[in-house]
Design a protein around this ligand. Structure first.
Ligand SMILES: Cc1cc2nc3c(=O)[nH]c(=O)nc-3n(C[C@H](O)[C@H](O)[C@H](O)COP(=O)(O)OP(=O)(O)OC[C@H]3O[C@@H](n4cnc5c(N)ncnc54)[C@H](O)[C@@H]3O)c2cc1C
Length: 316
């Protein structure tokens, strides 16, 4: 296990934003995760568990504790099940499934990140979510790292972009078992390609970002009048939602800039780094967009991106 110091987090996130981590350890095995947790406990500092950094905004001051990057990444097939370590890339799992004619994860075609990060936030797209395919999750309690916890799907507490892991934040996901079904290889490949094409066409992938900044809005939280007003644009995935991108368009927020951060014109729920954006640029843009939406529509937006302060993370 190598303990690095003052590692720039901007090099470990899709946003390309973030100051230095006081300590940084990349764990490639369960033993290394356990060893890193011993170090963390000895130091008495804060901990942040990092995967591919695709859903994170670190602060400009960085992180004053230990950033533990989960890089265990084996993927194996067992009949219609895929057993995958948390740090494996979603794209590797999607590819393995397609190669073996297994359907059920095509929705993740083009979705960046790791399988562990996707379980943590119950990632979803195109009508699919992690909760539909997870059979079992093995994790480790950071306060008792010798103990491996095993959960079935129901015990994972999946909800819209959330899970039990996100709620309790004291477990590190190690391994996931996914169940898929036999399908037609050609159709599977076609669906994956279609989702990748859709993302290239509709999302500002040419700029660094962390994907959607806010969760879409539950239709039950808006007035009857607003429901009628937005009936033509409502999403049904994974339940009826008002797309935040539409609210931003109506409020004239497309293209709004603070420093190097900008609300994308192509997909206004993406707050992009147009070059040299700082975390404080993005945070100012987030606050100002939230204020506008609250004033204009009476809606309180909730961030989907994980905002991690210098002294955030988990304390022992
Ligand atoms: C261009 C773009 C498009 C995107 N589109 C979508 C989309 O369509 N749908 C969607 O749901 N998301 C989307 N995202 C967000 C992102 O891809 C997902 O949230 C992804 O599943 C998580 O990314 P990651 O694996 O890099 O995790 P990270 O960003 O590194 O971490 C995310 C969270 O998970 C926790 N975590 C990660 N690994 C573990 C682990 N092993 N144990 C415990 N906690 C862990 C971290 O502490 C953090 O809080 C998009 C992002 C980008 C950049």
């Amino acid at each position: 296990m190598i303990i690095q110091e003052n590692i720039l987090l901007k090099n470990h996130t899709s946003y390309k934003i973030g100051g230095p981590a006081r300590y940084f350890i990349e764990a490639k095995s369960v033993a290394e995760v356990q060893e890193a947790l011993e170090f963390w406990k000895e130091k008495g500092i804060a901990l942040f568990v990092l995967a591919g950094g695709n859903n994170i905004l670190f602060s400009d001051g960085g992180f004053a504790g230990l950033v533990l990057k989960i890089s265990l990444d084996s993927v194996r097939l067992s009949g219609e099940e895929i057993i995958v370590e948390a740090g494996a890339k979603l794209s590797d799992v999607v590819e393995l499934a397609a190669k073996n004619g297994l359907k059920g994860i095509e929705w993740a075609g083009g979705l960046p990140g790791t399988i562990g990060g996707a379980v943590f936030g119950n990632a979803g797209a195109f009508g699919g979510e992690m909760k539909d395919i997870v059979v079992e999750v093995k994790s480790l309690d950071i306060r008792n790292p010798e103990k491996i916890v095993s959960r079935g799907n129901k015990e994972c507490g999946f909800g819209y972009r959330t899970s039990a892991f996100k709620q309790i934040r004291n477990e590190i996901i190690l391994e996931i078992k996914l169940r898929l079904q036999q399908g037609d290889s050609e159709e599977i490949e076609k669906a994956i390609k279609e989702h990748i094409r859709y993302r290239i066409e509709r999302q500002p992938l040419e700029y660094p970002s962390a994907g959607s900044t806010f969760k879409n809005v539950d239709v039950n939280l808006v007035s009857e009048e607003q429901k009628k007003q937005w009936s033509a644009v409502l999403k049904t995935d994974p339940f009826p939602l008002v797309p935040v991108a539409h609210l931003f368009s109506e409020a004239g927020l497309k293209g709004k800039k603070v420093g190097g951060a900008m609300i994308s014109e192509k997909h206004p729920n993406f707050f992009i780094n147009t070059g040299g954006a700082t975390a404080s640029d993005v945070l100012d843009l987030i606050s100002s967009a939230k204020k506008t939406i609250k004033e204009r529509f009476g809606i309180e937006l909730e961030e989907e991106v994980q905002i991690i302060g210098e002294n955030g993370g988990i304390k022992f």
